[in-house]
Design a protein. Structure first.
Lengths: 172, 180
């Protein structure tokens, strides 16, 4: 094997364990956003909420993913609103990291779509294109669970629009 | 087609984003586009003043078109979220206590501004009539003071004209008309 091949850099906060699994930690800001998501769900149910034991882990993951995806969305909004345009890339990088983490907690294809869009916003069009392709493939076979369905409604996502957009991107 | 289209429409949230975006652009126009750390506090004050002004215009237009009850309901949904979102975005990275303090100050300021602006029943005068005593003139005065141009009559007139020609006014009108 060519010994000088460039090793892919993992973003800050991500690392590999001995088995080659990618590990990450949530940043302080992400943790705050995740906490907000838990608080929001609690307040929606009047302070306390419970789910069946069989879906407890899934519900937990979904709420964490919701917080992380909200954080990613905020970063993109900030990248557009920030008066100091040079900081735009910082916000986009954070959005990419955060949506990647969200996907690891809850495998919604729409997060792959978000990732593709954020990568494209960061100027890496070819990588974005393969992520759009991946999204279309995942979405084709996707049957959301009840909890995932709820999450998609709360997040007000329009899947058909996302598919239409991704299809445009993979042909261009 | 872009990423934002993959969200179902939420007119209130979109209007809040529009308010934030336009107030930031207005602050760029009034302070100069070279945003720098030294200019931070002036720029921030100007952006918040623009937000208060746009919110005030929204408030009076909603009242005029739809009456008190509906105005109150809509303003409750957009007023505080706008201030909070602006403080969160502008004060990114600040300690939480400082951001909360900023939000508290903004709420006091917006109340004071609303009371002040409510005194002016005429929005704008053109055609060489005296500008003093109109809402847009008062807003121009506030911005001129913040940007160190309080003695410059031309600057005050300019600010007033920029504001009166701002596309944000059309956006507010559109939002109010569709609020039914």
């Amino acid at each position: 094997m060519w010994p000088f091949r460039k090793k892919p850099n993992l973003p800050p906060g991500f690392k590999k364990d001995n088995q080659g699994n990618i590990m990450f930690e949530l940043t302080e800001e992400e943790k705050q956003e995740v906490q907000k998501a838990f608080d929001m769900v609690k307040s929606f149910f009047g302070g306390e909420f419970g789910v069946k034991k069989e879906v407890a882990d899934e519900a937990h993951g979904v709420i964490i993913a919701m917080g992380l995806s909200n954080y990613a969305k905020d970063q993109i909004m900030l990248s557009k609103l920030d008066p100091n345009k040079s900081r735009g890339k910082e916000f986009i990088d954070r959005a990419v990291d955060s949506i990647t983490k969200a996907y690891s907690f809850c495998q919604l294809p729409i997060y792959m779509y978000d990732l593709a869009c954020f990568i494209e916003m960061g100027g890496k069009n070819e990588i974005a294109k393969s992520a759009f392709r991946k999204f279309l493939e995942l979405q084709r076979n996707f049957r959301p669970s009840q909890i995932q369905e709820m999450l998609l409604n709360v997040a007000r996502r329009d899947i058909n629009k996302a598919i239409e957009h991704a299809e445009e991107k993979v042909v261009t | 087609m872009n990423w934002l289209n993959s969200f179902k429409k939420d007119p209130l949230a979109e209007f809040v984003i529009l308010l934030l975006k336009n107030s930031a652009e207005a602050a760029n126009a009034y302070c100069g586009k070279n945003f720098s750390d030294e200019a931070d506090s002036r720029w921030i004050s100007v952006q918040f003043e623009c937000l208060y002004f746009y919110l005030f215009l929204t408030d009076i237009m909603l009242f005029d078109k739809w009456g008190e009850e509906k105005r109150d309901r809509i303003m409750e949904e957009i007023g505080l979220p706008t201030i909070n979102a602006a403080a969160d975005s502008i004060c990114k990275g600040w300690p939480k206590d400082n951001v909360d303090k900023m939000k508290g100050e903004c709420i006091n300021n917006i109340e004071a501004r609303f009371n002040e602006y409510a005194k002016y029943k005429i929005l704008f005068r053109g055609g060489g009539e005296p500008l003093k005593g109109t809402l847009f003139w008062e807003f121009g005065k506030v911005i001129a003071e913040l940007t160190g141009k309080e003695r410059n009559i031309g600057a005050k007139v300019g600010i007033q004209l920029i504001t009166a020609e701002s596309p944000m006014l059309w956006e507010i009108r559109k939002f109010v008309d569709n609020a039914g």
